[in-house]
Design a protein. Sequence first.
Length: 234
Amino acid sequence: MASKIFKGDMPELLEKILNHLNNEIYSLYSRATLHKLDLHYSNYGFNTEIFYLLEYNDQFFSRLQDFSFSLIPDYTENAIALLKILANHATNISSLKLEKVYYNDEPQLLNAITHFIKSQEQLKQFGLFSGEFFPMETHDIISALKSQKLSLQEVTFENCNFDAEFETLIDCENLEILRIRFCIDVKILFANINTLEIIGCSIDTSYMVQILQKSGSLLQRLKFETTDDEVWKK
């Protein structure tokens, strides 16, 4: 069956998928596969039978390569259930984007996310995008990303809080592109970055000097946008 790309909210998204499978929910037992999924939980309920069928169909998500995911708090349990299914059946994702997935006070959701990241075999692109007023902590996420140190090539963080764990990303041997936007406590000492983007962050200028010194000719693209009070000297 030819691959399809589906986008939308729940349950509209799954409705599109099921309609594509001949309007029959049990068609999920067929050999149909999904390559790209943009999933946005909205203010709707949906049939939990769908999750049951997806859990026992190891073929449907087996070729999923591009996954974008956003969530509102009311659907945390459903999100956890889906992430567990994907961790078992979708292990070849190359691009993962988490947008406004607020896990700071949801340890079970955070655990499901980190387990899902660790389950991947060839993750190349990762993005974590938080809301302006609800910055996400990155400690456990970055720890999970270390499991992708041989494949990870591009990382984007937006509206996040960093800690010392951020420096462990230097172990990602093939990381070439790093984008950091509107984040707190940014400290970057990467030496092999090809493209670096820092926007709206508070940063010590000494780190910028060290980045340029260590990167040398490897750094081909640098984008740095900030205000005067966000640049400080040590």
